[in-house]
Each structure stands twice: as structure tokens, then as C-alpha cells.
Design a protein around this ligand. Structure first.
Ligand code: TXA
Ligand code: MG
Length: 344
């Protein structure tokens, strides 16, 4: 049975927005589902300590039960209750990067229900930096379990329209605070391995983490060829639009050629076009003005929006240059390789 999804439009003034965030907090306390902005992407939140509420997240997203959720706290004290202990390296990372787009995987405490961690002995925790996320967690009075607020496998939502497109009729509430500033998900860092392992590159770069705590491993990127899944949620196909993604070397000439080649195969072709790069003159090409090449912050922020926008223009394939494996570009590259992976 579909439920009516209420969309609450926030002003950005926390005093003025307080009653709406209170209302959302009450929904969380009552076991309901609230989509809310974080600095990375919109999350689909439920009371992390209520297994029935968490079960509804999996249903709404059609997410497989083996893929564990991130638990969001308002501060380090709240995170401390979710893990067995915060090792010194976690404190160091927290001081530098929290609140912010970094998620830590640590042995879980008894309080965290098994459904949240998909039965694992570890839990992923983070402190979101978005003021609305912070206010919602405080208003709820409980840590909030939240995956990205998209249907499983789809590009993550970076605005409330994306959330509504995927989840309207399945959740109680969306807090609409406009587009999210980072645009790609948090970096997931497993602290139970020695050295720590980046399970998912994200908003905080591997280089920035290594500057602080020394060498960390990176799980092999999901290249076509179907390696075994080394960790939950690292499926080689993910974040994908409904149409094929065609990746090309990051040079203007290769990009024009790739769009040209696509025009021979598809009637209508989308292009994620860096500023100043050309696409072939054709009514059959739809171009998304992505941003200045190498301005990874802007390209990350606009990545999922571009995929979803082009999909709406009824293109049959999307051509996109592939960024290098460094800094925030690595995160964009990771998402694109997964989006381009053929259906499993
Ligand atoms: O930026 C973000 O991280 C967003 C916002 C909403 O916070 N959340 C997000 O959640 O991207 P989700 O569920 O889409 O991705 C969480 C990732 C998944 O790849 C999941 O497998 C991994 O974190 N994960 C969660 N708990 C884990 C655990 N105990 N061990 C290993 N990986 C874990
Ligand atoms: Mg997700």
C-alpha cells in the first residue's frame, strides 16, 4: 500500500525551520522513514535502534538484506555508544574530518541491532556535517541509520526531486533543503584491518587520510571482469542510470570521437560535457554542462545530477570522460566505473 509522502521545504534558517525538523524528529521516533539532506547526498533515515523501523528502509529501497547501513550520530559521544571502543586512530580521524564525509567501520556495541549491520560484528558510523542532518538527529534523540535515499543500484540523490522520483509513496517525509554540497557519498574506511582499508572512496580523499594516519589500502576498483565481492556493498554495478554509460579517455578529441561513435549505435546520445569541450553538431546529442575539467569538487557535486538529468532527456546512452585515480577524482572514477559496468 503506497503512503503519502510529505515534502517539507526548508528555508535554510534553522530557527524558522525548527518546527519542521521537530515534526521530522517525531516521525523518526515513531518508527517512520524520513529522507534528509547530508553534506554528501540525501539519506533515508530511521531510528537505528528500532529494528522494525530499519526493516522498512530495506523495503523502501528494495535493498538486499546483506548490505549493511551507516549509522549517523550528531557528535562523537553519540558514536561512542555504537562501537565497542574508539581507538586512538579513530579519535585522530574524527578530530580532522568529523563532522564530514568520512565513515568509520569498527566493532559494534550490543546496542546496535543486527539488521543494521546485516549480521556483521562491525558497524559503520559517521557524523554528517549538514546543519539539517545535525538538527534532525538531535530532534530525534536517537542515532539515525541511513543509506542513500535512492532505489538500490540507482545514482544517489543529490536533491529532493531525486528522492521523490525514487521513493515517493514509500516513505513518510522528505526534508527538502536544496542540492547537497559534496554530491558523492562519504569515504568508508574500515579500521578493523591493519593497515585500514578504504572500502569505498568518497568525499574525503585517500591522500588526506594518509597524510594523517599513514598508509591505507584501497579495495580493487570494480573493473569489468567480475572479481569476487571483497566487502558488502562493493558490487561492480551500482550508481547506474537506466541507460548504458560509455566511458572515454579524458581528452577533448577522444570525447568528441566517443560521442560520434555512440551516434552510430544510438538514436539519441547524452554527453557529460566538461566546460569548453565540444560535442558533434547534431540534434541527436543532448549535452549536460558538467563543469571545468579537473575541478573535481564541482564535477563530483554535479555527477549524479547529470546522470539523472540526461536520463530524463530520454537519451539512450551517456558518454562521459573518465577522471584519473587521484584525490576526489578517484571517487568520481569509482562511481563511473560502477555505473558503466554491464548489468549483473
Ligand atoms: O555519504 C554517505 O555515506 C551517505 C549519506 C546518506 O550518509 N550514505 C550512504 O549509505 O552512502 P549507503 O548505504 O548507500 O552506503 C553505505 C556503504 C555501503 O557500501 C555498505 O556496504 C557500507 O557502507 N557499509 C555499511 N556498514 C558496513 C560494515 N559494517 N562493514 C563494511 N561496510 C559497511
Ligand atoms: Mg547508496
Amino acid at each position: 500500500m503506497p503512503i503519502e509522502t510529505q515534502r517539507l521545504i526548508l528555508t535554510g534558517d534553522l530557527v524558522q525551520d525548527a518546527p519542521l525538523i521537530e515534526q521530522a524528529g517525531a516521525v523518526i521516533r515513531a518508527g517512520g522513514l524520513v529522507a534528509f539532506p547530508t553534506e554528501t547526498v540525501y539519506g533515508l533515515g530511521a531510528d537505528a535502534l528500532n529494528p522494525d523501523a530499519v526493516r522498512r528502509i530495506f523495503e523502501a529501497k528494495e535493498r538486499p538484506a546483506w548490505d549493511p547501513l551507516i549509522v549517523h550520530g550528531a557528535d562523537l559521544e553519540q558514536l561512542r555508544l555504537l562501537v565497542q571502543e574508539l581507538p586512538p586512530v579513530a579519535e585522530t580521524l574524527a578530530q580532522a574530518f568529523m563532522p564530514g564525509p568520512l565513515t568509520l567501520v569498527l566493532p559494534k556495541s550490543e546496542r546496535v541491532p543486527d539488521i543494521v549491520t546485516a549480521g556483521r560484528p562491525t558497524v559503520a558510523v559517521r557524523i554528517p556535517a549538514h546543519p539539517v542532518a545535525q538538527a534532525l538527529i538531535r530532534a530525534s534523540g536517537t542515532p539515525i541509520a541511513a543509506p542513500s535515499a535512492n532505489r538500490f543500484g540507482r545514482p544517489s540523490p543529490t536533491n529532493a526531486d531525486h528522492v521523490m522520483a525514487d521513493l515517493a509513496g514509500r516513505i513518510e517525509l522528505v526534508l527538502d533543503a536544496g542540492p547537497t554540497p559534496v554530491g558523492v557519498e562519504s569515504t568508508v574506511l574500515d579500521l578493523t584491518t591493519q593497515p585500514p582499508t578504504v572500502l569505498r572512496p568518497g568525499g574525503i580523499s585517500r591522500e588526506a587520510i594518509e597524510q594523517l594516519i599513514g598508509h591505507v589500502c584501497l579495495l580493487g576498483e570494480a573493473l569489468p571482469g567480475g572479481q569476487p565481492l571483497p566487502a558488502p556493498g562493493t558490487s561492480p554495478r551500482h550508481y547506474a542510470p537506466r541507460v548504458p554509460m560509455l566511458l572515454c579517455p579524458p581528452e577533448p578529441a577522444a570525447f568528441v570521437q566517443a560521442v560520434q561513435d555512440a551516434l552510430n549505435l544510438y538514436e539519441r546520445v547524452g554527453a557529460m560535457t566538461p566546460e569548453g569541450w565540444q560535442v558533434p553538431h547534431s540534434q541527436r546529442v543532448v549535452s549536460y554542462e558538467w563543469g571545468v575539467w579537473r575541478d573535481w569538487q564541482v564535477l563530483a557535486k554535479r555527477l549524479f545530477e547529470g546522470m539523472r538529468w540526461l536520463e530524463q532527456q530520454a537519451v539512450q546512452a551517456i558518454v562521459c570522460p573518465l577522471p584519473p585515480a587521484e584525490q576526489l577524482a578517484l571517487t568520481i572514477r569509482d562511481r563511473l566505473l560502477r555505473a558503466a559496468h554491464p548489468p549483473l
